[in-house]
Design a protein around this ligand. Structure first.
Ligand code: OSB
Ligand code: MG
Length: 401
């Protein structure tokens, strides 16, 4: 590792790609075929509306692919996943109707057409689902792939986190406060702290950044606090840059995705002007993007100011997320698992993935469950941590779909 770091950063990228091909083998298993694929769709109502710099959400459609596999001795094993798009293509270009089309018109028909082909690892599954050929549509892909991991855990009697080498049985809890109103944000922060969360993230936008952070810091000088701009700032607007620099005075853990959703290069430029680390969210869609960012930040000697938010649905699945966690771990770039306002199914799956990350993720809503009626029991937390289920598969409780 040290050797790779002291070489030029082009070699760093080569080294990381090599570690992925040589050092990360997916679990292999007896050959499975597909006997059934079902797609369940539910509209869920948020208990409290979620407000970001790009929009406000009250209701979300969540898609649940359910896949039944057959073993050579004719046992049937079922798994479930979740695709959690936002209603409009504002965050990643996906929306609930686009996700529905990707699932029901492309990916699921591929699975049905290739149902008899033997699957002995995630690589076979990704091939027969056609996911490798479909560009983007990452929320759709993730839900399908998640059903495979749940089924594999069920088949082997293993929690999914252990299939990936996750060693922890608990993860530290963070919350994302989606409010652009000072009093409301303060109330939500208070509710979250009363529930013992280990870090708070708040949404900001130009004109609603320093005032909000100042108000929170005056009341809570020491809580672990970070901000998320969802691409609302413009590098060429001096007022925007001044505001981001002013945030350096508030001891923030990181500033998440201040600039354009598809940008890494200008975030690097901005990073030179800020002391607070930059966290990339929207602009990391796959492991190649993560390696590129690592190379760029390393080349300029500021790798210590890079953090990556890994959302399995944003990167098109859990296996891609595992790869990103691995390359970040190799170079010491901190990671955490972001959320997409998933139901209890997706939130539980994220807990398994979080065992491979470093910092508290977006695991819970403020004080109460996210949805008025969820499709399963939301993960429970105590003393700032959530227990990762140790039952086979995702191991969530009380599925009602
Ligand atoms: O940018 O992290 C984000 C929710 C929807 C879309 C984008 C984001 C978010 C969140 C909420 O911040 C995360 C959660 O609590 O699930
Ligand atoms: Mg974000």
């Amino acid at each position: 590792m040290k050797e790779a770091m002291s070489n030029s950063s082009d070699k760093l990228g080569f080294y990381l790609r090599q570690e992925l091909t040589e050092g990360l083998k997916p679990p292999t298993h007896e050959p499975l075929t597909i006997s059934e694929v079902e797609l369940v769709e539910r509209k869920l109502k948020l208990r409290v509306p979620f407000q970001t710099s790009f929009g406000r959400f009250e209701e979300l459609i969540r898609f649940f692919p359910i896949i039944t596999f057959k073993t050579p001795d004719n046992r049937e094993i079922t798994g479930i996943g979740e695709s959690p798009p936002l209603p409009y293509p504002w965050y990643d270009g996906e929306s609930d109707s686009l996700t529905r089309v990707a699932l029901s018109e492309y990916i699921i028909p591929n699975l049905k057409r290739n149902a008899q082909l033997p699957i002995t690892s995630i690589n076979d599954f990704l091939k027969i689902s056609g996911i490798n050929e479909i560009v983007r549509n990452n929320m759709a892909k993730c839900g399908i792939e998640a059903a495979y991991w749940d089924a594999l855990g069920n088949l082997q009697g293993t929690p999914v986190s252990k299939l990936w080498g996750g060693e922890r049985n608990t993860v530290e809890v963070g919350t994302s406060v989606g409010s652009l109103n000072i009093d409301d944000a303060l109330r939500r922060v208070e509710a979250a702290l009363q529930m013992g969360v280990k870090r708070v993230k708040i949404k900001i936008k130009p004109g609603f950044d320093v005032v909000l952070v100042k108000a929170i810091r005056e009341r809570y000088p020491n809580i672990p606090l970070q901000v998320d701009a969802n691409a609302a700032y413009d590098l060429d607007n001096p007022e925007h840059i001044k505001a981001l620099q002013a945030l350096d005075d508030y001891n923030l853990l990181m500033i998440e995705q201040p600039l354009w959703n598809d940008d890494r290069y200008y975030h690097l430029q901005l990073s030179h002007q800020l002391n607070t680390p930059i966290c990339l969210d929207e602009s990391i869609e796959n492991v190649r993007h993560a390696i590129e960012a690592i190379e760029m930040w390393a080349k300029e000697g500021i790798l210590g100011k890079l953090i990556i938010n890994i959302k399995p649905p944003r990167v098109g699945g859990f296996w891609e997320a595992v790869k990103i966690a691995k390359v970040c771990r190799l170079v010491g770039v901190p990671t955490w698992c972001g959320g997409m306002l998933e139901s209890a199914v997706g939130k539980t799956a994220n807990l398994h993935f979080s065992t491979l990350t470093d910092l508290p993720g977006d695991h819970v809503s403020q004080g109460k469950p996210y949805f008025e009626e969820d499709v399963a029991k939301p993960p429970l937390y105590h003393d700032g941590v959530i227990d990762v289920p140790q039952e086979p598969g995702w191991g969530f409780k009380g599925l009602k779909i």
